[in-house]
Design a protein. Structure first.
Length: 540
């Protein structure tokens, strides 16, 4: 197992008891890495060489505007984070040295790691971090989901950071003064859109003139094909403690499992980003090592309440009533996960409130509701990404509708086309990453003002309950309010959420430290290969 540098002690953002409950419930500490005996006995990380990673390469954007973790996995080479959520189920400091959260969660003190420099040689300062916080708080920027995560710092009248919210104390420390309590704000700083950029950052020059605090810099990026990171760690604060690889190469093989399998068999890739169920046996037969983890990653077949068809709750309830989530799990994921209950809070989340089982599918009741709504003869359209598991999951929902006598046609879209119209699709399935707390997912996806609210769900009572839940620091104490939120979401029939995913990644035998992450993150500094140079692949 890869040896990692010792981490300094740090004040946890959540009470220790809640974190222990989380680890006990989820088993994350034991599920993150499953390697063979040879890998487990590997001695020390070796420096040099390259890893070639299979991953979808979309057009690169400002990380703040990213909508999928894959969009920031490449930029993680040079754009780092204040803190990270790791495979052990805990938050660890990255650019921060430590932090403190007041009991009422209204004040957060941040101390930067000393000696961090940008790749241009400048020192990272608290003013740089304040710059990032202020830009994240700009709710006027279309698609800026960070504004939802930092809503407690935003003046509702201006839609930007309140004048008193961010105070720089000295070159290496600052304080956040929240307008209202929010127990999740610090956790939001570890999410993938929260990459720290230089004050001179622009999306137009992020590749041609990159500046970051990380050990790699981009050498090339061609959407849909290939991208390369090369180690440039002269100013990196962790020099000698990680970033063992000379080169990290991303290769977009396309999403079809068959093409990924062919690339692996031909020795063209060393690591998968997300192994599909049908692909796993083939990679195992090649001698590749699996890394498997239970997670709160999921998929929602969400209804867009802004569309006249789905503004009628009877229509939403009818389509939900004919869907057996157990069938979708089996057909969409080959059973690799756990059945979900349409409330977007994982049973292993520390703030999860147990709910009654969903009712059994009821076709007669569903058809009655459609007749009452005047939609018995309507042909519904269910849109999905044209990939493997998401498309199969949508197929499973559509087939159950057809079996019940409800007309549904399926529409599969290429990745870029699907995400261009993401918020506007009338009825579609969307992949959602795990968040460490259930309340984070609810606030990001279903608050009426959130940039990521794709459902159009706008319930003032739900928003007030969100504020109440966010004000409660203790996860267990938050559960009564979570119970109301989960119940209200279920009874509004906003989503069909069929399952929680077991995540899987496979790596070639010579690859180490690249275990699957519960939020699909790529932590390049832990990756290495043995031997570092492989003559059969040419010079690295």
């Amino acid at each position: 197992m890869t040896r990692r540098p010792a981490r300094p002690p740090v004040a946890p953002p959540f009470p220790p008891a809640s974190r222990r409950d989380f680890l006990h419930l989820s088993g994350l500490a034991g599920l993150g890495l499953m390697l063979d005996a040879g890998q487990a006995q590997a001695a020390m990380p070796l420096s040099g060489g390259r890893i070639r990673v299979q991953m979808t390469l979309s057009a690169l954007r400002d990380p703040m505007l990213a909508t999928r973790s894959q969009m920031t996995n490449f930029t993680r080479g040079w754009l780092e984070y204040l803190l990270e959520y790791d495979t052990d189920g805990q938050f660890h400091p990255k650019l921060l040295e430590r932090w403190e959260v007041s009991e009422d969660t209204r004040r957060i003190a941040l101390w930067l790691r000393p000696g961090v420099r940008w790749s241009n040689g400048e020192a990272l300062t608290a003013e740089d971090v304040a710059f990032n916080l202020r830009r994240w708080c700009d709710s006027h920027v279309p698609g800026n989901s960070m504004a939802a995560r930092l809503a407690a710092l935003i003046d509702p009248e201006t839609g930007r950071a309140a004048e008193t919210a961010i105070r720089v104390r000295d070159p290496l420390s600052l304080e956040l003064h929240l307008l209202r309590p929010d127990a999740t704000l610090l956790a939001g700083l570890a999410d993938y859109p929260a990459a720290i950029v230089h004050p001179g950052f622009s999306e137009e020059t992020m590749l041609s003139a990159p500046v970051g605090t990380g050990p790699y810099l981009p050498e090339s990026y061609e959407a849909g094909k290939r991208a390369v990171l090369r180690r440039q760690d002269a100013h990196w604060w962790g020099r000698g403690q990680g970033a063992f690889l000379e080169t990290i190469e991303y290769i977009d093989t396309g999403a079809a499992p068959g093409r990924i399998g062919e690339a692996a068999a031909a020795g063209l890739i060393d690591l998968t980003d997300d192994t599909a169920a049908d692909l796993a046996p083939q990679l195992t037969a090649l001698g590749w090592n699996p890394s498997v983890m239970a997670s709160a990653a999921t998929l929602t077949a969400r209804f867009n309440l802004r569309d006249p068809v789905y503004s009628d709750i009877r229509v939403r309830e009818a389509l939900t009533l004919v869907t057996d989530n157990r069938v979708v799990l089996e057909l969409g994921l080959a059973g690799r996960g756990a059945v979900a209950a349409n409330d977007h809070v994982w049973p292993a989340h520390p703030d999860y409130a147990p709910q009654p089982p969903l009712p059994e599918p009821d076709r007669e009741r569903a058809l009655q509701l459609l007749r009452e709504a005047g939609m018995a003869d309507h042909e519904f359209e269910l849109i999905s990404l044209d990939d493997d598991w998401q498309a199969l999951s949508a197929d499973a929902i559509a087939v159950q509708c057809l079996d019940a006598g409800i007309r549904v046609r399926r529409k599969r879209l290429p990745l870029e086309t699907f995400w261009e119209g993401w918020r506007a699709h009338p009825w579609s399935v969307t992949e959602w990453n795990m968040r460490p707390l259930g309340i984070q997912s609810l606030a990001l996806a279903y608050r009426s003002s959130s940039a990521w609210n794709e459902t159009g769900f706008a319930d003032p009572k739900f928003d007030r309950l969100l504020d109440d839940a966010l004000a409660i620091r203790d996860d267990v104490a938050r559960r009564p309010v979570m119970a109301e939120l989960q119940k209200r979401l279920r009874e509004s029939f906003v989503i069909i959420q069929p399952f929680w995913r077991d995540l899987s990644r496979h790596s070639a035998p010579q690859i180490f430290g690249a275990q699957v992450h519960p939020m699909f993150e790529h932590h390049h500094t832990t990756w290495w290969r043995d031997p570092p140079l492989d003559p059969s692949q040419g010079k690295d």
